[in-house]
Design a protein around this ligand. Structure first.
Ligand SMILES: [Zn+2]
Length: 561
């Protein structure tokens, strides 16, 4: 297959054939447009960052002229630029640059990796790691401060769980933060304790700030982390990412990096709320489509509960495996005024809700805000507010998304990671409303698909596979894991292209391959729409194209240019 992929500069004789001003770029190969009126084509021509034409190869050859770059994709396929509807750009970059604990197989390996890091550091220096997840470990248990103390008695250590909703700190870090048996957890947080009442080192949700606020600034530079995160996203095939929750300074830094051309993919941003960041956006209003549509800031990201793995997700009934219902981490009276102003100012709201109680809480609040600020008093009659994750839903809440015009922003990979522990947390009957993609689509709405990276790996192939297979990467599916909720490949494609564009008010500009839209493409070396299911996660990426510009090209998949 590799030898068929080649990049050619145009043969000179074709210049004579040009029927019009030549294109900058002509891509020839199978095109899946995600446009129902012309689902498949043989190529696409691009000029000035926009799509000139989509059609048969013979039509497209006529656009080849002087300076046209022609790329033949023999066995692969061209898709609209993939968009990650929910990710954390800085976290993705930091994961690459700091102690990366992704894929650690147990406490022993966690300790080995930590010991290696400490050997390279000064005594007393803070160690900050991220990415461990215990759900596959044997025994499956949270790490404790004692686990870390043995390898790090002198350096304060903070290791954040992959989901970003919990961390383990060693005794040195707890001491510097002043956390002991008498410390009370802040609202919306939890300090896990052993049978003697001593902190185990595990801090959940808002309790994490007890230690993170005393940490020295990490060695990772913010600009470097953002650039690294954007570069990694392009290398995975993302042409656009929706950055779920940043602070104002970071958003302004991002804007500068995009303006300077140091970030070349598109970034759609939401700032954290409630608080000063959200207040500033509400006062100043959204910033939309700067630098050829590469930078937008128009959202507020709110978080309302924790994660299912750490039992922070807020459930209507207690967990099946613990005597708790999880935590709602915000108060309605703190959110409603912000929600009302957001409607008046045309600011989009995206609220993180995992548990069924959290989802109902948010649906109720959105509904109340919509009632109090009716369409004629809003900046945008159709505000397209979102619920991030929408992971566990009570049956009666599923139709409310369509009724209220709320977009579920979901991460298919969560379902295939969580299938190993969610049945234990939720019990059989609640699984019917868990990761309920088909039930939601059947109400007539769209699902904006995303990765939640660095919580998950952040690879579009894994999301696509998870959406259509609803099995883990080994092909495993727990009994009762509702295979009927899986998506078709056409739906999976739309959920990573057109539907995220809609969720960002960008469907007129991108999301399908149609003349006039921005020339964003994700190109794979094999066709995701036809390869066997188990091949999907391995299909090689060929190119990532943003606004007609090749921002990533797989060095192993071309021979000549
Ligand atoms: Zn997230």
């Amino acid at each position: 297959m590799i030898r068929f992929l080649c990049v050619l500069l145009l043969p000179v004789f074709l210049i004579a054939c040009s029927k019009t001003e030549p294109a900058d770029l002509v891509l020839l190969g199978t095109v899946h447009t995600a446009n129902p009126s012309q689902p498949v084509a043989e190529g696409v021509a691009v000029r000035g960052g926009r799509i000139l034409d989509v059609g048969d190869e013979t039509d497209l050859l006529a656009y080849i002229g002087e300076g046209t770059r022609v790329v033949h994709i023999e066995d692969g396929a061209i898709y609209p630029g993939f968009t990650d509807s929910h990710m954390h750009l800085r976290g993705v970059g930091e994961r690459e640059l700091m102690l990366n604990l992704e894929g650690v197989t147990g406490i022993d390996e966690l300790r080995q990796r930590l010991a290696a890091e400490i050997a390279a550091r000064q005594p007393g220096e803070w160690i900050h790691g991220r990415g461990w997840i215990e759900t596959h470990w044997k025994p499956r248990r949270f790490p404790t401060r004692e686990d870390l103390d043995e390898v790090s008695p002198m350096n304060p250590v903070v290791l954040v769980r992959a989901d970003g909703h919990a961390l383990v700190a060693n005794s040195r870090a707890l001491a510097l933060a002043g956390i002991d048996r008498d410390t009370e957890a802040p609202f919306g947080g939890e300090i896990l304790r052993d049978k003697n009442g001593e902190p185990t080192g595990m801090l959940v949700d808002h309790a994490m700030t007890l230690v993170t606020r005393v940490m020295q600034p990490g060695r990772v530079d913010a600009a470097e982390a953002l650039i690294t995160g954007a570069r990694r996203s392009a290398e995975l095939g993302w042409t656009s990412v929706q950055n779920a929750g940043t602070d104002w300074a970071e958003a302004m830094l991002l804007r500068r990096l995009v303006a300077d051309g140091r970030i070349r993919i598109r970034i759609y941003n939401a700032v954290e709320g409630p608080g000063e960041n959200a207040g500033k956006l509400l006062r100043e209003g959204p910033v939309v489509g700067l630098y050829d549509g590469r930078f937008t800031l128009r959202g507020i990201k709110v978080s309302i509960d924790g994660a299912l793995g750490s039992r922070g997700a807020a459930l209507l009934e207690p967990y099946a495996d613990a005597d708790t219902r999880g935590l709602i981490t915000e108060r309605a009276e703190d959110l409603l005024p912000m929600y009302r102003t957001a409607l008046q100012k045309g600011v989009q709201v995206e609220t993180h809700a995992i548990g069924d109680r959290a989802n109902r809480f948010v649906l109720d609040l959105y509904e109340q805000a919509f009632r109090e600020v009716p369409a004629e008093k809003r900046r945008l009659a159709e505000p397209r507010w979102r619920i991030e994750h929408a992971q566990i839903l009570a049956a009666e809440d599923i139709p409310r998304f369509a009724r209220l015009g709320i977009i579920p922003s979901m991460q298919f990979s969560h379902a295939i990671g969580d299938l190993h522990f969610a049945p234990a947390r939720l019990g059989e009957s609640r699984l019917a409303g868990a990761y309920a993609w088909r039930s939601l689509l059947d109400t007539g709405i769209m699902i904006a698909g995303g990765t939640d990276a660095p919580v998950e790996k952040g690879d579009p192939r894994i999301e696509f596979y998870a959406a259509v297979a609803r099995r883990d990467l080994d092909g495993y599916q727990d009994a009762g894991w509702h295979p009927e909720q899986a998506l078709s490949r056409e739906e999976a494609l739309r959920s990573l292209t057109l539907w995220p564009a809609y969720a960002a008010f960008e469907e007129g500009e991108r999301g399908t391959i149609e003349p006039g839209k921005r020339a964003d493409f994700t190109i794979y070396g094999e066709d995701l729409m036809i390869v066997p299911l188990e091949r999907i996660p391995e299909v090689p990426l060929f190119m990532t194209v943003v606004g007609g510009e090749i921002v990533y090209r797989n060095p192993e998949l071309h021979e000549t240019d």
